[in-house]
Design a protein around this ligand. Structure first.
Ligand SMILES: Nc1nc2c(ncn2[C@@H]2O[C@H](COP(=O)(O)OP(=O)(O)OP(=O)(O)O)[C@@H](O)[C@H]2O)c(=O)[nH]1
Ligand SMILES: [Zn+2]
Length: 225
């Protein structure tokens, strides 16, 4: 079981099928269609859903919706399924010998729940301790955005962000906390508007309680979003 154009270096497809990896579960033929071909197919699918719901697609407010939704899926909210969109993370030597943790906090997060295809909205907080390499600050926000733009569960998203940065920075000493609202919980089903979900992944030195505490103190998790 192998694909040539795999979605990123963490995605060994075989592992997904036994449910033990943090990879996005992908079909073997995930990369056979171009984005334009995907848009054409999804457009028909959305039109079919709308017509099944009884909507009149000749109405000028609705007629453009299938195309609009298809483009939004492929190019925007699920754009992180396209490996070409993966941000290249510029790294630099830690010439200044900065030895403390660096925290990039309150990174705006928009993702989509893979169970209901409803939005997940929140904040990601990242920390790392340099092992000789530093990464451009904005690249951390870009990595969050790339992995968020997929159908996701918050647990997997958190782990994918940490794994990516561990690779970019060549160190295990990376941590990520995500605090997010799931509209599938807030706006339907149980309809609990107040609840949010916190997930975390602590690698290397962040497994130490004092180091972890320092990170958590910096991000003060009562941040509202
Ligand atoms: N673990 C986890 N669960 C999630 C995430 N996003 C949504 N869910 C949950 O996925 C579950 C899907 O459960 P189902 O019982 O199949 O779906 P449902 O009948 O729509 O459930 P309700 O939301 O309770 O109405 C729900 O409990 C969601 O709250 C996530 O990121 N992580
Ligand atoms: Zn959901």
């Amino acid at each position: 079981m192998k694909i040539d154009n795999h979605i990123d270096e963490h995605d060994a497809l075989g592992e997904d099928h036994i449910g033990t990896s943090s990879n996005t579960p992908l079909r073997l033929d995930a990369f056979e269609l171009s984005n334009e071909e995907k848009i054409e197919i999804i457009k028909d699918d959305v039109r079919h859903i709308m017509e099944t719901l009884g909507l009149d697609l000749t109405d000028d407010s609705l007629s453009g919706t299938p195309n609009r939704v298809a483009k939004m899926f492929v190019k925007e909210i699920f754009g992180g399924l396209d490996p070409k969109k993966k941000p290249s993370a510029s790294t630099f030597d830690n010439k200044y010998k900065y030895g403390e943790m660096l925290v990039e906090k309150n990174i705006t997060l928009y993702s989509t729940c893979e169970h209901h295809l409803l939005p997940i909205v929140g904040r990601a907080h990242i920390a790392y301790i340099s092992n000789g390499t530093v990464v451009g600050l904005s690249k951390m926000n870009r990595i969050v955005d790339y992995y968020a733009k997929r159908p996701q569960v918050q647990e997997r998203l958190t782990i994918q962000i940490v794994k990516e940065l561990q690779e970019v920075l060549n160190t295990q000493d990376v941590a990520c906390v995500i605090d997010a609202k799931h509209l599938c919980v807030n706006s339907r089903g149980i309809r609990d508007i107040e609840s949010s979900t916190v997930t975390s992944e602590f690698g290397g030195k962040f497994k130490d309680t004092t180091v972890r505490r320092e990170f958590l103190d910096y991000i003060q998790l009562d941040t509202k979003f």
